[in-house]
Design a protein around this ligand. Structure first.
Ligand SMILES: C[N+](C)(C)CCCC[C@H](N)C(=O)O
Ligand SMILES: O=C(O)CCC(=O)C(=O)O
Ligand SMILES: [Fe+2]
Length: 413
């Protein structure tokens, strides 16, 4: 997370643990466990000063804090502006061999006195929430991974247009579903581009791309891409050719007079976790090999040339949690950044992931009808469609993930 960009209060560690235990565990077969000990609530702790770090033991957890880190994270008024949530301290001026002259634990706080007299105080709960030892065992985002049965049995209700547009609680419930499952619906939306735009703006900012801000498309080959045909599209994520693929895709079927055209949804993280369990080496390879995706369009009215580079599975290095899947066999470009033997192993790993993604029990098929707007987490859930006949008109747009998460955090999620 970039300093200064993300200004939000961090959910207290214990609250996060409670949220986790409140989820139905049986539905999250491959969720990483969060082990947050009672430390956050503890008012006392013992410490030891090592050569390059302070070791704090509280509530059965041992945490190690580097001395420069401690000085850098001082929350005193001169070091940190708590009204803008930004650092005042010049990190470049900290002596890299700094050590505290005096160390005490009083009233649930670690108190350090540095040479020169500056005093830093850290609450034990803040330290517990922010130490590596806890972070490496927790997830950044709680999710319920699903296959078709799990999703259907969860009986998630769609938000309703009227309530959604006026009531923050309805928006919050919708976003909670979106965060947990990677898909969420709003029903009874007027079948117009304007209403679709309004429903989207209730969530966050629209991300303009080469396809426009709000787009409306049909099988007219108006763009150089298979989406603009009547052909079936296998499961994929969109805009994998962006350095930062769009976070969310919104679809609203305004009209369909014909057959077919059902929407396919697959939880990419469910498949990825299966792969991790069954072939850790193949999973690991897909997190390491950089893959290029490309959008090359050269028609009379549109010239585009875009390239995005990144592995199929993106994981946070400290806890191995998957946070983004790039999977688009149509737009995947030439593989030329790895030697031939790694290429061979990559195809094996990719095949295994493909097998998981294609298991019929993992497929959720939905017929989008006028009035039903779907929001898809394009970093997690793959979409596709059945071939179709007749006039079929879809409108929608993309959103950036950061903006949507920010709305969710504002609502306390
Ligand atoms: C959604 N909309 C029709 C506007 C664009 C479709 C983009 C298709 C592209 N192959 C991709 O997967 O990113
Ligand atoms: O036509 C559809 O249902 C979806 C097509 C598609 O994958 C897209 O527009 O991104
Ligand atoms: Fe797509």
């Amino acid at each position: 997370m970039m300093f200064g960009t993300l200004r939000r209060t961090v959910r207290p560690a214990l609250e996060q643990a409670q949220l986790l235990s409140g989820l139905r565990k049986a539905q999250i077969p491959w969720r990483h466990k969060t082990h947050i000990r009672a430390c956050a609530a503890a008012s006392s702790a013992t410490f030891r000063l090592h050569e390059d770090c302070l070791e704090l033991s509280c509530g059965g957890t041992s945490m190690r804090f580097n001395y420069v880190w401690l000085r850098d994270h001082c929350r005193s008024a001169s070091s940190y502006n708590s009204s803008t949530n930004q650092r005042n301290l010049d990190t470049g001026s900290i002596d890299l061999t700094i050590r505290p002259e005096r160390t005490t634990v009083e009233d649930g706080q670690l108190v350090l006195t540095w040479s020169g007299g500056h005093i830093s105080k850290y609450s034990l709960s803040w330290l517990a929430e922010n130490c590596y030892e806890v972070k490496k065992q927790s997830t950044e985002q709680q999710r319920i991974l699903w296959n078709s049965d799990i999703y259907k049995n969860a009986n998630i209700t769609a938000a309703k247009w009227d309530k959604f547009m006026s009531c923050d609680d309805e928006l919050k419930k919708f976003l909670q579903n979106y965060l947990l499952y990677g898909i969420a619906f709003v029903d009874d939306v007027p079948a117009t581009v304007e209403a679709t735009e309004a429903v989207t703006q209730r969530v966050s900012l629209i991300r303009e791309t080469t396809y426009g801000r709000m787009w409306c498309f049909t099988s007219d080959f108006s763009r150089g891409d298979t989406a603009y045909s009547q052909l079936a599209l296998d499961r994929h994520t969109d805009t994998s050719y962006f350095q930062e693929p769009c976070g969310i895709q919104v679809f609203h079927c305004l009209r369909h007079e014909g057959t077919g055209g059902k929407t396919l949804l697959v939880d990419g993280f469910y498949a990825a976790e299966k792969l991790r369990q069954e072939s850790p080496e193949n999973f690991e390879l897909l997190t390491r090999v950089p893959i290029r995706h490309e959008y090359l369009e050269n028609t009379d009215s549109h010239q585009n040339r875009m390239t995005g580079i990144g592995p199929v599975l993106n994981v946070y290095p400290w806890n191995n949690e998957v946070y983004l899947i790039r999977y688009n066999n149509y737009d995947r470009s030439v593989i030329n950044t790895i030697p031939h033997d790694t290429v061979r192993r990559w195809y094996v790993a990719h095949r295994e992931l493909t097998t998981e993604l294609r298991r019929p029990e993992n497929e959720l098929w939905i017929k989008l009808t006028p009035g039903k707007v779907i929001f898809i987490d394009n970093w997690r859930v793959l979409h596709g469609r059945d071939s179709f006949t007749g006039l079929r008109q879809l409108c929608g747009c993309y959103l950036t993930r950061d903006d949507v998460l920010s709305t969710a955090h504002r609502l306390g999620l």
